[in-house]
Design a protein around this ligand. Structure first.
Ligand SMILES: [Zn+2]
Length: 302
């Protein structure tokens, strides 16, 4: 297994195999990529683009893919996934990011949600295609990822929503088709608590069964603006890491704002001495790899 830090600030915490930097987030804010970090780019979720071009927002029969439309679980505004200027600009941007870092991990490379997008351009493209609605959406997403693959020379990882069953209907995301272009998938499992690890382990098992490329998961540790009372406890994070490792995943990323928050997390996990011992009995190699990582932190970081 590999372990990564997943951060908003260009800072590398010790004790991880790699570092993923959020160079363009869903709110549209961009920072420069770092040569020795991987880069995380959200494509269509982009508050800056939708502020400058309100007419680009993805449409649906139950309203636009905008913050506040509670028909959808989105906390940002999302550009229509066929918007040609945005697509072209993002292709160039992703190529630049790839050239200046170790590779690109993509978020939001798909349609916003069920029923999106019903703008006049999408309606016309769909009708011209002669395909069913779902097949047309799937083709749009897959073809765009194929174009991105041509621009990305380093590693290309696709970050997907934690829904192993309805991804085609909701997002136009076909895991089998996209596996042809992706070096790996990252299932984003952000939650502000992991009180019941059973569900996350089950999701990991489901994805591991269907994804035809290596699979990471991302866990939520401490986000920008969070209070210590807002976030998962160290015991929850340690337990869920072990339980998902047992499902056969290939790596885990831990999201924090900066490297100091990662460091605080590492210290808190190291202090879970009794739980670390209990979890030794939870299974074979992958479980031991998580626990060995923490033993290594204990040795190297204190
Ligand atoms: Zn559209």
């Amino acid at each position: 297994m590999k372990f990564g830090s997943y951060v908003f600030e260009p800072q590398k915490a010790e004790g991880f195999d790699f570092h993923l930097l959020r160079v363009k987030t869903e709110v549209g804010k961009r920072i420069m990529p770092e040569a020795d970090m991987h880069s995380n780019v959200a494509i269509f979720a982009d508050n800056v683009a939708t502020h400058e071009h309100p007419e680009w927002i993805s449409q649906s029969p139950v309203g636009p893919a905008r913050i506040g439309n509670n028909n959808f679980n989105i906390y940002w505004n999302t550009v229509c996934a066929t918007q040609p200027e945005h697509r072209a600009e993002q292709l160039d941007y992703i190529e630049m990011v790839d050239n200046h870092s170790l590779g690109v991990w993509l978020n939001s490379f798909y349609f916003a949600e069920l029923g999106n997008c019903s703008c006049p351009r999408c309606e016309e493209l769909w009708k011209k295609s002669g395909l069913s609605w779902l097949d047309w959406r799937r083709k749009e997403v897959t073809d765009y990822v194929a174009q991105i693959r041509e621009r990305v020379k380093n590693e290309l990882i696709l970050c997907v929503q934690p829904d192993p069953v309805n991804s085609i209907e909701r997002y136009g995301v076909d895991f089998d088709e996209l596996a042809k272009y992706a070096d790996a998938f990252n299932v984003v499992m952000f939650s502000k608590n992991y009180a019941t690890p059973w569900y996350w382990e089950t999701l990991s098992r489901g994805f591991k069964k269907i994804l035809k490329k290596p699979m990471y998961i991302s866990l939520y540790v401490f986000g920008p603006g969070d209070l210590p009372t807002d976030v998962p406890t160290p015991a929850e994070l340690l337990t869920v890491s072990v339980r998902c490792a047992r499902a056969g995943i290939d790596g885990i990323l831990y999201l924090t704002g900066d490297s100091e928050q990662i460091r605080n997390y590492q210290k808190a996990i190291i202090n879970q001495v009794r739980l670390r011992e209990q979890l030794r009995s939870y299974g074979v190699q992958p479980v031991q790899e998580v626990l060995d990582l923490i033993s290594k932190w204990e040795k190297d970081l204190q």
